[in-house]
Design a protein around this ligand. Structure first.
Ligand SMILES: Cc1ncc(C[n+]2csc(CCOP(=O)(O)OP(=O)(O)O)c2C)c(N)n1
Ligand SMILES: [Mg+2]
Length: 273
């Protein structure tokens, strides 16, 4: 897809995310808005996955390790035709396939049930190792939160992947510098983040996580080096696209009131919805 079309898609996805969360009456809005461009480039330009090949063992895998941002993934999977767009209107309701965290047994296109932070990434490393052992050419992409990187299991997988030369594994860190209710630097800082991963044996790149040309180029160039796992640090803004949510910690758990909703709808071009 051309950059112009990707921009249109990202805009559309932001609207779908916000509308879905408002209808459902809850959800992690800023965490989902942070990853829109990353998912857009992956799902429209990079990943070899589609509703037609979703059971093919040679397909690429994407795992949303920061599972609380699942509405962004639901929006994109619905748009790609993994399930009906109407299902988005049931988000968070009793009996819906779409819960507050993604369930691989209920939602077509979801490769791993995530939500307990720190587990999707080691799970993805295991799938990458299986691919090497079975001599399959698929690639595994895992998207982690930066707050999530405070979990010990993340660092176990970070040690494991270089040991097994998993160059088919790409970890992406959504580096928005915010965790649930505060800045990482005030809680447990990750700095110097790139140096830590390099020291563990990962080939590392840093990009603007909202610049889809940069994202496209970096994803296209994996594996960066043969025999080494790939790490992409994506600098992002939590709440990107809704002015009063950007970089404001309280929105991790808050839902907008009617007045705030109207402002957000206007900013996203959803007036009258
Ligand atoms: C093991 C575990 N502990 C705590 C939580 C609760 N929780 C959900 S989101 C979140 C913050 C995560 O921050 P980050 O990974 O930076 O994601 P962001 O919200 O910035 O996208 C926390 C603590 C959880 N889901 N899992
Ligand atoms: Mg974060």
């Amino acid at each position: 897809m051309k950059t112009l079309d990707l921009h249109k898609k990202a805009k559309e996805l932001r609207r779908t995310i916000f509308r879905t969360i408002c209808k459902g009456g809850g959800g992690h809005t800023p965490s989902s808005l942070s990853i829109v461009e990353i998912l857009t480039v992956l799902y429209y330009n990079i990943l070899n996955i589609s509703p037609e090949n979703q059971r093919d063992s040679a397909r690429d895998r994407f795992i949303l390790s920061k599972g609380h941002s699942c509405v962004a993934l639901y929006a994109i999977l619905a748009d790609r035709g993994f399930f009906n767009k109407e299902d988005l209107d049931t988000f968070g309701r009793k009996g819906s396939i779409l819960g507050g965290h993604p369930d691989m047994y209920k939602v077509p296109g979801i490769e791993a049930s995530t939500g307990a932070l720190g587990h999707g990434f080691p799970f993805g490393a295991g799938i990458a190792l299986a691919g090497k052992m079975d001599k399959k050419n698929y690639r595994v992409f895992v998207l982690l939160g930066d707050g999530e990187c405070q979990e010990g299991s993340v660092w176990e997988a970070a040690l494991f992947a270089p040991q097994h030369k998993l160059d088919n594994l790409t970890a992406i860190i959504d580096y928005n510098k915010l965790q649930a209710i505060d800045w990482l630097d005030n809680v447990i800082s990750l700095k110097p983040l790139a140096d830590k991963w390099k020291a563990f044996g990962w080939e590392t790149r840093e990009v603007d996580g909202h610049d889809m040309t940069e994202l496209n180029n970096v994803f296209k160039s994996v594996p960066f080096v043969s025999g080494k796992p790939n790490l992409i640090i994506a600098h992002t803004i939590k709440g990107k696209g809704i002015s009063f949510m950007e970089n404001v910690p309280i929105w991790h758990y808050r839902m907008p009131n009617e007045e705030e909703m109207a402002i957000a709808y206007k900013e996203l071009g959803l007036e009258g919805s």
